[in-house]
Design a protein around this ligand. Structure first.
Ligand code: NAD
Ligand code: MG
Length: 396
């Protein structure tokens, strides 16, 4: 590598964002942080700016930007503070940036991911919702912009690590891929008792420490549903060639089954710094800070089928992928609204599935084959309004 990697971290105050900075801090000789961003956790953002002195800090909640700018100025920090969601696109496309870590949560990350793709960046994609909403439109932007798309989601990083560098050989080599899932906190819970689950119970993940939205998605297995859709686009695979299996230990991060039935897997401790370090250094390898696996302490690596009664949401992904363009955006928007309302205590845990399934069956995506990102964002907004109304009618 020539010179330092100039990095922008979008969503730097979140779980992936802070893990990214943890890895970056181990490699001051090769990584330079140019921009950071936060939505509402401005205290954390101020602390990060004082540590990293990036050129830019974006506060998407514009009302809080002036406060951040004042605090940084008072502390003698010369970081320029930019306000509002459009500023995320600006820093993502900055000509003086090489790589963008896309770690905003939800479809809110789509415009900045697209900006980075169009500007030909090394795009480290944690923000799976952007790809689930953007689908083919997103992948076209990556191709046209000459961007290098590197998955950060642990399962997709695992698949990516198992595949050869030359993408053109993937289709002929792969028979199918198997995404592993921990099964979350309710893997063994009586399905009839799931109606009563509380937000704190849903966020208590057994193997991974994550933001609250993705923690709820793991509990419903909607996270795996979104990941099936993500894999469809990242690896250009038909949905029938993507499978999911529960693996409670979260040691095997995913597998590629080759044409000859040889199986390649990537293993490691469940620590997001591993795929993050891989994305930052690719095609090289650098220290991530993760603990090594203690092989002799591993009792077993087990695999089981996901029970449809307990995890009905998982199966919505294949259904959405069979629908017209826009169906996966409908599923994602419905899920974001439902999870937000569940976390706010306004609907029950199983209502998340009901709202998602209803959105898929009742909302017509109505997008033509020429649809662009604006059409997808309009659709996303339309679904949010509709699902909000349904939720108001059924909520408690
Ligand atoms: P998080 O909730 O911990 O952090 C989200 C970040 O996004 C924060 O920095 C927040 O300020 C920012 N943000 C929130 N709403 C925003 C908005 N409307 N506009 C701009 N910025 C906004 O989430 P996380 O767990 O770090 O997850 C981030 C993304 O990475 C998600 O898409 C998630 O699915 C994906 N991911 C996370 C993990 C994990 O282990 N946490 C693993 C795989 C993939
Ligand atoms: Mg994952």
């Amino acid at each position: 590598m020539s010179g330092k990697l100039r990095l922008t971290v979008l969503g730097s105050t979140g779980s992936i964002g802070t893990s990214t900075l943890d890895v970056a801090a181990r490699h001051p000789d090769r990584i330079e942080v140019r921009a950071l961003s936060a939505h509402s956790r401005v205290d954390e953002l101020v602390a990060q700016c004082l540590q990293w002195h990036p050129r830019h800090a974006v506060v998407t909640d514009a009302a809080k930007a002036a406060d951040v700018a004042r605090r940084l100025k008072d502390a003698g920090c010369r970081t320029e503070v930019l306000a509002g969601p459009e500023a995320l696109c600006e820093v993502a496309a900055d000509a003086e940036v090489d790589a963008v870590m896309a770690a905003v949560v939800g479809a809110a990350g789509l415009p900045s991911c697209l900006a980075a793709a169009r500007a030909g960046k090394r795009l480290l994609l944690a923000n799976k919702e952007a790809l689930v909403v953007g689908g083919a439109v997103f992948m076209r932007a990556v191709k046209d912009g000459g961007a290098t798309l590197i998955p950060i989601d642990s399962e997709h990083s695992a698949i990516f690590q198992c595949l050869p560098e030359d993408r053109r050989t993937w289709a002929q080599r792969v028979d199918h891929i198997i995404l592993t899932a921990s099964g979350g906190p309710f893997r063994q819970r009586d399905p009839d008792s799931l109606e009563a689950v509380t937000p704190d119970e849903a966020c208590a993940h057994p193997t991974w420490v994550m933001g609250r939205k993705i923690s709820v998605d793991s509990a419903t297995m909607m996270n795996k549903a979104l990941e099936v859709i993500e894999a469809r686009w990242l690896f250009d695979l038909e949905p029938s060639r993507i499978r999911a299996v529960i693996h409670p230990q979260s040691i095997v991060h995913s597998m590629v089954v080759c044409r000859d039935q040889s199986v390649l897997a990537q293993l490691g401790t469940p620590d997001m710094r591993v795929p993050i370090a891989y994305g930052l250094a690719w095609p090289e390898r650098i220290e991530s800070g993760a603990q090594g696996l203690n092989w002799t302490a591993l009792k077993a690596l087990t695999f089981e089928e996901a029970d449809e009664r307990r995890f009905p949401g998982l199966f919505l992904s294949w259904h959405a992928l069979q629908g017209p363009l826009g169906s996966t955006a409908v599923l994602n928007a419905a899920n974001e609204v439902a999870v937000e309302r569940f976390l706010a205590g306004r609907i029950g845990f199983m209502d998340i599935y009901r709202l998602n399934a209803r959105a898929l069956s009742e909302i017509d995506p109505r997008l033509g084959p020429q649809a662009g990102v604006d059409d997808l964002i309009d659709l996303d907004q339309r679904v949010r309004v509709q699902v909000g109304q349904w939720s108001d009618a059924t909520g408690r």
